[in-house]
Design a binder for this molecule. Structure first.
Ligand code: ADP
Ligand code: G6P
Length: 487
């Protein structure tokens, strides 16, 4: 870096993820750049600027040769984004086919009738290779490479292979999985299970959101590869690979700042004093994904209204469903199922003056999201499996004045840290119904006490805390790379 560069003297950090912080869209020949949705982007966007960081990821689409430089320049402005130009058909097989067609359902215990075919796997291998080749071109001695999520599980091994002949073999590689790691019996369904585990085990540190996920991973290493494991690592090819839990968080300051904006304050006031005056508002924000348990939620809400007639006309559920992975069949099927369910609920309980369910299949801008979190009395999360779920933390942060209740699935990673939420089993309709009733009836002092416990956690275990603890651990163990794991 240039002598006066703000990055001078900072540790170089190459972040590698399938998704970049911004996504390109082309409208009428013009490119527009929108913030990407999802927990990975939220978490990584909160990393402290004490690193000299670049963020490598898939460009999102191919663009004509003449537009590449312009797009690259725009991407670089947003958190040092470096787009990889991968051919659309190959990416389709990698992203829709293997990553979201096989690994995502498998890791969320949703692998019902999955067909394992060679072509998506080969695309997965090829895209991992392309990422490794690209990063190998830029990596320097003493860099940290931090790779993220299930799209790139072969990457650590491939990068090591790319670097094997050069002078950058001291590069530290960390891997973080943003999804659950399933129980070893579930994981063992994967025909490529050895390759995937070996791919990961070329990292120095492998991190998960919770101890349970880390334990499942270690157990898979023992059962599939017959490796020796300990609670904090595994020995692979005579090297210690460290394994640990690093729960991700959010950047609450960013939310609090948005909450204070005049436009947000006015929006909240307008919603509370006009549209939803004297109503109890339940908010739900999810990518439209089958892991989020929307059918379970809608069914339970239907039953709740049926069994609590005093609440009909008083309670409103706002469901923001952010469009996601629309080329994958399961997501298309889910979309039409959810529209049908929402129509049914409104038909059954609604009238000219009252709509019990406001279902929006759309992505909302950050300020609107904050306004919705702030004005809602209850947040309802019904994921049947979820790596962490950052919506929970965002809601808690925005409730600093109202102390609304969080009704939350025990199957989301965040449930382990949200002592103070009303915990529910999303498969149990009765529990969701009781959870909602409890939230509606709870007295303010109890709500405040619950909120405080949750908020103390969210303010302390932020995305910056997560990133720094992972990177510091990686730097610390990097120097002991060759040691055997403690038993
Ligand atoms: P997942 O990673 O499965 O989508 P999370 O709840 O962990 O689930 O993370 C979702 C993240 O996406 C949250 O931080 C939420 O604020 C963010 N988000 C939701 N809607 C949008 C949007 N329209 N644009 C950008 N980010 C969004
Ligand atoms: C989850 C995954 C992320 C992904 C995000 C959004 O959080 O763990 O890797 O980026 O969902 O999904 P998408 O497919 O749009 O990147």
């Amino acid at each position: 870096d240039a002598p006066n560069s703000p990055n001078q003297g900072k540790q170089r950090l190459l972040t590698v993820a399938n998704r970049l912080p911004i996504t390109i869209k082309k409208n009428d020949g013009q490119y527009t750049y929108g913030k990407s949705s999802g927990g990975l982007v939220t978490g990584l966007s909160g990393l402290p600027d004490s690193y000299n960081a670049l963020w490598y990821g898939w460009a999102g689409t191919q663009v004509p040769e003449g537009d590449v430089a312009k797009v690259e320049e725009e991407m670089m402005k947003d958190q040092g984004g470096v787009p990889l130009w991968i051919e659309d058909d190959l990416m389709d097989m990698h992203y829709n086919g293997f990553s979201n067609g096989i690994l995502w359902p498998l890791f969320h215990y949703h692998a019902n009738d999955m067909a394992f075919e060679e072509e998506p796997w080969e695309a997965y291998v090829e895209v991992n290779k392309q990422f490794a080749r690209r990063i190998a071109q830029d990596v320097r001695s003493d860099d940290i490479v931090w790779v993220h999520d299930y799209h790139l599980m072969l990457f650590p091994q491939m990068l090591r292979e790319e670097l094997a002949s050069g002078n950058t073999t001291n590069v530290k590689i960390g891997f973080f999985l943003h999804t659950p790691f399933p129980s070893s019996t579930e994981f063992m369904k994967l025909p490529y299970r050895e390759r995937v585990l070996e791919g990961l085990l070329h990292s120095d540190l492998v991190g998960f959101h919770t101890y349970d996920y880390a334990r499942h991973f270690l157990s898979a290493c023992g059962k599939v590869l017959h490796l020796t494991t300990s609670p904090n690592g595994v020995t692979f090819q005579k090297k210690a690979v460290h394994v640990g839990a690093f729960p991700i968080g959010i950047n609450p300051e960013k939310e609090l700042k948005l909450m204070e904006k005049e436009s947000v304050i006015q929006r909240v006031t307008g919603l509370k004093q006009r549209q939803y005056k004297d109503k109890t508002v339940i908010i739900s924000v999810d990518r439209l994904d089958y892991i989020k348990g929307l059918p379970h939620k809608f069914h339970a809400y239907d039953m709740f209204l049926e069994h609590n007639p005093d609440q009909v006309g008083k309670v409103i559920l706002i469901q923001i469903a952010v469009p996601s992975r629309q080329d994958v069949k399961e997501y298309q099927v889910l979309r039409s199922h959810i529209s049908e369910l929402s129509g049914r609920i409104n038909g059954k309980y609604g009238n000219v003056d009252y709509q019990p369910l406001i279902y929006c299949y759309t992505s909302v801008p950050p300020e609107e999201l904050i306004a919705l979190y702030t004005m809602a009395d209850i947040c309802l999360i019904t994921s049947t499996r979820d790596g962490m779920n950052l919506v929970a933390y965002e809601y808690v942060t925005c409730q600093k004045n109202n102390h609304g209740s969080l009704v939350m699935s025990e199957f989301a990673g965040a449930a382990q840290s949200m002592k103070g939420c009303i915990m529910i089993n999303p498969w149990d309709t009765g529990e969701i119904m009781d959870g909602l009733r409890k939230a509606i009836d709870m007295e303010p002092p109890q709500r405040q006490q619950n909120w405080k416990r949750m908020n103390d956690y969210v303010q302390k275990f932020t995305s910056a805390y997560w990133g720094t603890s992972f990177i510091e651990e990686l730097m610390r163990i990097g120097s002991t790379h060759i040691q055997e794991v403690r038993m």
